[in-house]
Design a protein around this ligand. Structure first.
Ligand code: CTP
Ligand code: MG
Length: 171
């Protein structure tokens, strides 16, 4: 298995997952609604989640870059680190916009989208911001691998949370 694509995308994982811990307070859409009465993003997208997720993702990229010579992994350029963190949060928000348009309330599941929204956002933005670096690490095989590992990790974590009683449903 190629480890570099997984290593480099870790800041996107952490930006997305730590937003849950940072989240709360004022929603990014400030409670505004579309003319049809549905929220633009909903209460699950907050300024605190964005700021905290961004900072945590960037901090992890700095730590990884300290360790990368030892681990034999590529350095993550600052532009890519910003793109992975911001792209993860933006991809997740784009999915919320889509879910609200489809009439799904905040927190309702959208299988597939909920698991991959952040990754699509992160990889797309990194490609736009640092294309040369991106294609040097993310070959087709590397990209497919990152997507597959993300799906497996999500399914396993949710199943574990269900079996241990942390979650009511296994998805
Ligand atoms: N969160 C946040 N700000 C973000 C992303 C996430 O505050 N930019 C926090 C919110 O507390 C949110 C939680 O992380 O409830 C889980 O995120 P997510 O699953 O993306 O949101 P949901 O509440 O499920 O809402 P949605 O239906 O819009 O996905
Ligand atoms: Mg959710």
């Amino acid at each position: 298995m190629l480890l570099a694509p997984l290593w480099c995308v870790l800041p996107a994982y952490l930006a997305n997952s730590s937003a849950v811990l940072w989240g709360g307070g004022i929603p990014v859409d400030l409670g505004r609604r579309f003319p049809d009465g549905r929220r633009i993003l909903g209460d699950g997208k907050t300024y605190r989640g964005f700021a905290g997720g961004m900072a945590t993702g960037l901090a992890l990229a700095l730590v990884l870059n300290e360790l990368s010579p030892l681990a034999g992994m590529p350095l993550i350029p600052l532009a890519a680190a910003v793109a992975f963190s911001a792209g993860a949060l933006l991809g997740d928000s784009a999915a919320s916009l889509l879910k609200r348009r489809l009439g799904l309330r905040r927190g309702r599941p959208a299988p597939g989208l909920d698991q991959l929204d952040f990754l699509i956002g992160a990889l797309s933005l990194a490609y736009l911001v640092a294309p040369d670096w991106f294609v040097s690490v993310y070959t087709v095989v590397g990209t497919v691998e990152v997507v597959a590992v993300t799906v497996v990790v999500h399914v396993s974590v949710n199943f574990f949370a269900y079996r241990t009683g942390l979650k009511a449903e296994p998805w």
